[in-house]
Design a protein around this ligand. Structure first.
Ligand SMILES: Nc1ncnc2c1ncn2[C@@H]1O[C@H](COP(=O)(O)OP(=O)(O)O)[C@@H](O)[C@H]1O
Ligand SMILES: [Mg+2]
Length: 226
């Protein structure tokens, strides 16, 4: 399998405090990979370094140079007075690829994420609807790598199920997906493997079919102990 993303001894410090500590990952094309850990473990910081939104203090990050990346942030923000279609149209413009501004293409992405009614303005959106719009936006470039920071936070059970089905379909299309979540049932349903981080360090790895212990039990056992 082809390497899509490699992190080699990556560190991040904020004012002398190490928040990502010697992180090495090797994510292959088509894998659905989970970054797991309690709040503050360093998951979002890792994603931001991969995206180049913040610079690693040391170490190396290599991304397949043909790969397009789509990103859904932990706390998405969209201008309040736009509709979903207007938001999509705006981001499609940022993309710089004219074919991506096609209305029916953008509508198909909204439909896929379950946001069919595009007349409502963002200011009237529920948290779950914002999350869906963030995912639709992340798909505009038809990315090879999809990076999702807490993609099911704020969704109800139905919304989560819908989202998981969509992620499975995207995996079938061959996309590489990196998910950051603490909803472990969702992770088990869709991810192939992952790492469990604590205070910036990988304390264990997880592989879908590896053990009889549920991910939740493993997580509580490892993250809970001091
Ligand atoms: N811009 C920043 N400046 C200083 N500290 C930060 C900054 N961003 C994150 N941190 C700290 O880094 C640690 C890891 O944060 P984060 O990566 O957001 O964790 P997670 O996503 O796993 O909850 C936390 O202790 C957080 O307070
Ligand atoms: Mg986070």
């Amino acid at each position: 399998m082809v390497d899509m993303l490699v992190l080699d001894n990556v560190n991040k410090e904020y004012k002398g405090t190490v928040v990502v500590n010697d992180l090495s990952l090797n994510i292959k094309k088509g894998e659905v990979f989970a970054l797991l850990g309690a709040n503050g473990a360093g998951k979002t910081t890792t994603i931001k370094m991969i995206l180049g939104l913040t610079k690693a203090s040391s170490g190396k990050i290599e991304i397949d140079n043909a790969a397009k990346i789509g990103y859904s942030p932990e706390t998405p923000y969209f201008p309040e007075y736009l509709t979903a279609m207007e938001v999509m149209n705006y981001y499609a413009g940022v993309e710089g690829d004219k074919s991506k501004k096609d209305k029916s293409y953008l509508q198909s992405l909204l439909d896929m994420t379950g946001l069919s009614d595009t007349k409502i303005k963002v200011k009237n959106y529920s948290k779950g609807m914002i999350q869906r719009l963030a995912l639709a936006q992340a798909l505009i470039s038809d990315p090879d790598i999809l990076i999702l920071d807490e993609p099911t936070a704020g969704l109800d059970a139905l919304g989560r199920k819908h989202n998981l089905e969509l992620l499975k379909r995207l995996k079938e299309q061959g996309k590489t997906i990196i998910i950051n979540s603490h909803i472990l049932h969702d992770i088990e349903a869709v991810c192939d493997r992952g790492v469990i981080m604590k205070k910036g360090k990988v304390i264990d790895t997880w592989t879908k079919d590896e053990s009889s212990e549920s991910l939740e039990d493993k997580f509580v056992r490892l993250v809970g102990e001091e």
